[in-house]
Design a protein around this ligand. Structure first.
Ligand SMILES: NC(=O)c1ccc[n+]([C@@H]2O[C@H](COP(=O)([O-])OP(=O)(O)OC[C@H]3O[C@@H](n4cnc5c(N)ncnc54)[C@H](OP(=O)(O)O)[C@@H]3O)[C@@H](O)[C@H]2O)c1
Length: 313
């Protein structure tokens, strides 16, 4: 882990340079090689595309036994076969679940809990949609995919994560723009905008990271949130085509975006729990007081997540 240099502090304030490949290029000179983690069991959600796919491949190269979580069987099979072939690591498997559905997420946790203990859980799957959409279970899609499923997975699997294990929540710099709204998690009030709905779920992940860091401290489980910066993935080009075109030439590669995720999963440097990371360095969680929640908001958030993540029936 690096201390914030003056250059880094300057980059932090510029946002556009910090989040793009410019920031990554300027910071990476201090990065140490990531150590091998042979045999460690890592579960990665959203492993069939973009950052999750790249991170899974890199973790496989480091010797991990990786469980790819995907919702599409063909894509999951393709990812597994490609990773096995390119890395020569046969310990790559997949599990299928539509994480926007709590019934499927709950079934996934049962299957994972019946398997070997987990060393690292990476909550990476995420969506940004243009219009307010409800799942078949009646939950707003962004909330269900980005926050509820990962809440349910983590809470249900916590006892199955080894002592000294790690949980990594893939958040976003977008969370700087929003505060959490526990009384309107499903974005039923006001005009829906996909970027705001997305940012609220990403803010929720950062809050959960801090709460889980305390909750799992006695078992020495390190909980981290990270943001990848802006990386060139199918997710970005599909959901933000104009942004993708404008920033395109300086978007990070998926490997650069996934670097901190892989580093947090594998580093043997001491990592303080409960932090929000970019480029292997903890960052501020707020840029303005406007986005700060009160302690009561945190209590209300957890109550709402408990209620909404309960599978129907
Ligand atoms: N790329 C960036 O610049 C950036 C910036 C900030 C944060 N992030 C975060 O990084 C994470 C990965 O994003 P990405 O850019 O790599 O996007 P991506 O290429 O669209 O990958 C998203 C992954 O999530 C999976 N997923 C989506 N909905 C799902 C569902 N209902 N059930 C199961 N899996 C589902 C997708 O599965 P399919 O393959 O089946 O679609 C895919 O594997 C997200 O949490 C995103 O918010 C990305």
């Amino acid at each position: 882990m690096r201390k914030n240099s003056r250059l880094d502090q300057f980059l932090d304030r510029t946002l556009i340079f910090s989040f793009t490949s410019v920031g990554y290029d300027l910071r990476k000179s201090n990065f140490e090689p990531i150590p091998r983690i042979d045999g460690r069991r890592v579960v990665v959600t959203g492993a069939t595309s973009g950052l999750g796919l790249v991170a899974s491949r890199q973790l496989s190269e480091l010797g991990a036994s990786v469980v790819l979580v995907g919702r599409n069987e063909e894509k999951a099979e393709r990812a597994r076969d490609e990773i096995r072939t390119t890395t020569g690591n046969a310990n790559i498997s997949f599990e299928l679940a539509d994480l926007s559905l709590m019934t499927e997420t709950a079934a996934l946790t049962e299957r994972l809990a019946a398997g070997p203990p987990i060393d690292v859980l990476i909550n990476n799957a995420g969506v940004l949609v243009g219009e307010r959409t409800e799942t078949d279970e009646g939950i707003e899609l962004t909330l269900a995919t980005n926050l509820l499923s990962h809440y349910l997975l983590t809470e249900s699997l916590a006892d199955h994560i080894v002592e000294g294990g790690r949980i990594i929540n893939v958040s976003s710099g977008g969370m700087y723009s929003q505060r959490i709204r526990p009384d309107d998690l499903q974005f039923e009030r006001g005009e829906y905008t996909g970027t705001a709905a997305y940012a609220r779920t990403k803010r929720g992940q950062v809050i959960l990271t801090e709460l889980w860091a305390d909750a799992f401290a006695s078992r020495r489980i390190t909980v981290s949130a990270m943001h990848p910066g802006w990386a060139d993935t199918p997710g970005v080009s599909d959901s933000l085509p104009t942004f993708s075109k404008i920033i395109g030439p300086i978007l990070r590669t998926p490997e650069e975006g996934a670097d901190t995720m892989v580093w947090l999963a594998a580093t043997d440097e001491p990592v303080p729990s409960g932090k929000f990371w970019l480029d292997r360095t903890p960052r501020a969680t707020h840029m303005t007081d406007r986005t700060r929640e009160k302690p009561a908001d945190r209590v209300a958030l957890v109550e709402a997540l408990q209620e909404l993540s309960r599978p129907p029936g």
